[in-house]
Design a binder for this molecule. Structure first.
Ligand SMILES: [Zn+2]
Length: 407
C-alpha cells in the first residue's frame, strides 16, 4: 500500500502539470480509485500480510460435547453438553466475547449434546440452526425444540442436515455432510461437519458410529484434527474410517470416570495406529486449537491420553453380555455373561422400589473361562415393567446396561 501511495504522489505531481485546468476533479477521481483499490486489497492476504485465523474450542462439559469455532466475529457452535452445562457454555461464550452465533448445530437428540443448547439459543441471537432432524421423546428435546421455534420466530433459519457449504472467508470453509435420515439409532444420525482453514482440516462427527462412518468414506474426510466420535467409544472410530481420515491429532470430549468408561481402549488402540497426539477434556478441561495459513497449534500445553492409563482387562469385543433379560414374576432370574477370566464384577438390579436386595445379587469373580452367572428370585409381588441391570467390571470401571423386563 505504501508503495502504491508513493507512486500515486508522483502520478499526482505529473498529472497536476497537465491537468491544471480541472485538477480538483482529477484528485476526487484518484481518491475514489485509491479507496476501491485498497478495499480490494484487504481481501488478499498475500498483499496485506494478514492471515485468517480460526480457534476451535473443545469446551469441557464433562460427559458430553460442546465445540465452538471462532473465526474473528463469526461463531459456529456444535452442541452444548447436557442440561447442567447450559449456563457454563453461555458463560464461556460470554467470557470470550461471543455476541451472536452464525451457525448452531445440534448433532443429535441425546441430552449430552443438545441439553445445554436451549440456554445458548435463549441467550444469543442465532442466525442458522442445523439439526439432524431426528426427534426424541424427552423433556430436554422438547425444551431444545421450543427454543429453536422461538428463535425461528425471531428470524433464525432452521435446517435439517444436508450437504452444505459455507465459505466463511476466502481461506476458511465449513461443510456439512449428510448421512441420510433412515437411521433408527440417534447416534448414527449425527450431523457430521468439517472445517478447513487453509490446509488444516478439522472433522466433527458427533456420536456417529461405524455405520454412519462407513457412509461418508467416499467424501473428502481426510483430516488433521479429528474429534473422536461418541466420546472415544469403541462403537466409533472404526479402522476403515480412520484409514481415510488419517488423523494427526485426536480430541476426545468425555467426563472423568463416566459411566460408559469412555474412552474405550479398543478405539484408542485403533487411533494409536495413526497418532499418539490424543487429548481428552476430562484431563485438560477445555482444549483450544488455533489454525491459520501456517498450520495449526495447541493454544496451551495439554496432557496426552496414553492408552496405558485407560485400564483394560481384556478385549471387550470378546465379551458376551445380554442386552435384554426377561423374567416372569415368581420365577428365578438367571443372568450369564462372559467377561474376562478371574475378574470381579458387581451387579445392581434396579426395580421400581429401588435397587433389589434379593439374595444372589452380589459381587462375583468370573471363572477361568470368563463365565459369571447370577441367579435370584423375582417375587410374585413384583410390579411388571421394564427396569435395568448394571454390571460393572470393578477394576476397569467398565459398565454394561441390560434391559430387565418383568412380565
Ligand atoms: Zn454423546
Amino acid at each position: 500500500m505504501k508503495k502504491f501511495i508513493g507512486i500515486l504522489v508522483v502520478v499526482l505531481i505529473i498529472a497536476a502539470v497537465f491537468y491544471y485546468g480541472d485538477f480538483d476533479q482529477f484528485v476526487v477521481n484518484i481518491v475514489e480509485q485509491i479507496k476501491e483499490t485498497s478495499s480490494e486489497e484487504e481481501n488478499v492476504y498475500d498483499e496485506t500480510g494478514d492471515s485468517d485465523v480460526a480457534i476451535v474450542h473443545y469446551i469441557d462439559v464433562g460427559q458430553g460435547d460442546a465445540i465452538l469455532i471462532e473465526i474473528d466475529d463469526y461463531h459456529i457452535l456444535i452442541d452444548a453438553g447436557d442440561n447442567a452445562y447450559g449456563d457454563d457454555v453461555v458463560a464461556y461464550l460470554n467470557s470470550i466475547g461471543v455476541d451472536d452465533i452464525e451457525i448452531l448445530i445440534g448433532t443429535h437428540p441425546d441430552a449430552d449434546h443438545i441439553g445445554g443448547l436451549d440456554d445458548v439459543i435463549n441467550s444469543f441471537d442465532v442466525e442458522l440452526i442445523i439439526d439432524s432432524c431426528h426427534t426424541h421423546t424427552t423433556q430436554t428435546w422438547n425444551d431444545y425444540q421450543e427454543a429453536i421455534e422461538n428463535e425461528v420466530l425471531g428470524g433464525a433459519v432452521s435446517l435439517c442436515d444436508d450437504f452444505l457449504n459455507y465459505e466463511i472467508t476466502e481461506n476458511i470453509v465449513f461443510e456439512v455432510f449428510d448421512v441420510g435420515d433412515d437411521f433408527t439409532d440417534k447416534n448414527e444420525s449425527s450431523v457430521i461437519s468439517k472445517l478447513t482453514v487453509y490446509n488444516t482440516v478439522f472433522l466433527f462427527t458427533g456420536d456417529a458410529e461405524h455405520e454412519a462412518e462407513s457412509l461418508i468414506l467416499e467424501y473428502d474426510i481426510n483430516a488433521d484434527i479429528y474429534k473422536a466420535g461418541h466420546h472415544g467409544s469403541r462403537s466409533s472410530s472404526s479402522t476403515a474410517f480412520l484409514q481415510v481420515v488419517t488423523p494427526e491429532m485426536v480430541i476426545i470430549s468425555a467426563g472423568l470416570d463416566n459411566s460408559y468408561a469412555h474412552p474405550h481402549s479398543e478405539a484408542l488402540n485403533r487411533i494409536n495406529v495413526y497418532t499418539e497426539e490424543i487429548y481428552g477434556t476430562w484431563m485438560n478441561g477445555s482444549i483450544l486449537i488455533s489454525a491459520d495459513r501456517d498450520g495449526y497449534s495447541l493454544v496451551e500445553e495439554y496432557y496426552k491420553v496414553s492408552s496405558e492409563e485407560v485400564i483394560i482387562l481384556g478385549n471387550l469385543e470378546d465379551y458376551i453380555v445380554p442386552e435384554v433379560l426377561t423374567v416372569t414374576k415368581g420365577e428365578s432370574a438367571v443372568l450369564n455373561m462372559v467377561g474376562y477370566p478371574n475378574t470381579e464384577y458387581s451387579i445392581v438390579v434396579n426395580l421400581k422400589s429401588g435397587p433389589s436386595s434379593a439374595s444372589g445379587i452380589v459381587d462375583k469373580i468370573s471363572e477361568s473361562d470368563g463365565n459369571v452367572t447370577w441367579t435370584w428370585a423375582v417375587s410374585s409381588r413384583s410390579t411388571a415393567g421394564t427396569y435395568d441391570i448394571i454390571i460393572e467390571e470393578i477394576e476397569s470401571k467398565h459398565k454394561w446396561y441390560i434391559e430387565f423386563n418383568i412380565e
